[in-house]
Design a protein around this ligand. Structure first.
Ligand SMILES: [Zn+2]
Ligand SMILES: [Zn+2]
Ligand SMILES: [Zn+2]
Length: 334
């Protein structure tokens, strides 16, 4: 699962899913996150946000700000608990009440303090209350402090960090941006590890492909080929070379060296996007099938064409054919 949680893995996932835009979901635990839009479990890729940021820096995702989320100024956590406090003394020992304000004397207290039997009387000046809106008002849902006894229309809000315990007022909180990402498919396509992508496409077309195939030569040296395609007739080995300038004779020579040491009489060299004229001539004389391709799709399709037009050849072709015959004969008897 670790492979999925890498830049390459995320690039492949974005391309496969066809998602055009990544909108975050917001959670108490982690703030804005992109796991669910990408169908990933949290534990599967804990550093997903960093990977997306890095893809945005490389120009493969276009970031735009869609909001902000307050976080703890000390530890940056999003896990904040709201606390109601008394604006007069700062105590958190407050409760909500319905209160009455007696207009002639200005006294404010919980409504129950004014009740005397069925009537209302001000406990401060002793006068009987007459009519609401005339000599008194009702204030519903105000806050009374159990410590200092003062009534306030609204509490002062404090935000306590569930992680480090820091208490911050509204303007002390940090405001962290929330982004969404637009997926720039063309840019992502250009970021794929080319040989892997060619291998993936060939596999999807039903071929048996081994990436980064190692073969020990008669010299005892281990030679690595980008890809190996296995078919009825044996194994075909392929090197993929990519460069800003045309792939040169050196790459052809290096592949030829590997062919000599491993008894291969035919291979393929994929040059992305181009090969030099010299490389083409040399490849022909070494029986190297040189393919030029500008995309993994083009490379895969040219490889398939080559394999089906010429059949697979290489070391052990005859052995493999004989082995097949034996297997087929055994199946026929069973
Ligand atoms: Zn108070
Ligand atoms: Zn009064
Ligand atoms: Zn904190």
């Amino acid at each position: 699962m670790k492979e999925r949680c890498s830049e390459e893995g995320i690039v492949a996932l974005l391309l496969k899913s066809g998602i055009r835009e990544l909108e975050p979901t917001i959670s108490y635990e982690g703030g804005p996150g992109f796991h669910s839009p990408l169908n990933l479990a949290e534990g599967e890729c804990p550093n997903l946000n960093e990977l997306l940021e890095s893809l945005a820096e490389k120009g493969a995702l276009r970031r735009s700000r869609i909001g902000s989320l307050p976080s703890c100024p000390s530890c940056h956590s999003f896990r904040l608990m709201v606390r109601f406090t008394c604006p007069v003394c700062g105590s958190t020992n407050v409760r909500r009440v319905d209160a009455i304000a007696h207009l002639p004397c200005g006294f404010v207290a919980p409504a129950e303090d004014f009740s005397v039997g069925d009537s209302l009387r001000c406990p401060n000046c002793g006068k009987a209350l007459r009519a609401m809106g005339v000599d008194y008002n009702r204030l519903s849902g105000v806050v009374i402090c159990e410590d200092c006894g003062k009534i306030s229309l609204s509490p002062k809000l404090l935000f306590e960090c569930a992680d480090c315990g820091t208490r911050s007022s509204e303007n002390e909180l940090m405001l962290r941006p929330i982004y969404k990402y637009e997926v720039l498919r063309e840019k992502l396509l250009a970021m794929r590890p080319l040989a892997d992508e060619v291998a993936r496409i060939l596999r999807e077309s039903g071929l048996e492909v081994i990436s980064s195939r190692e073969i020990i030569g008669i010299s005892g040296i281990a030679h690595r080929f980008s890809l190996s395609v296995k078919g009825e007739e044996g194994e075909h080995l392929i090197d993929v070379a990519q460069g800003d300038s045309p792939v040169s004779e050196d790459r052809v020579l290096s592949l030829f060296g590997k062919m000599m040491d491993t008894y291969l009489n035919e291979t393929t060299l994929v040059a992305v996007p181009k090969a030099s004229e010299g490389a083409k001539v040399l490849a022909k004389s070494f029986n190297i099938n040189l393919i030029e391709a500008t995309s993994p799709e083009e490379a895969a399709s040219k490889i398939s064409d080559h394999l089906s037009s010429r059949g697979l050849s290489g070391r052990g072709e005859g052995v493999e054919r004989e082995r097949r015959k034996i297997i087929n004969a055994a199946d026929g008897r069973a």
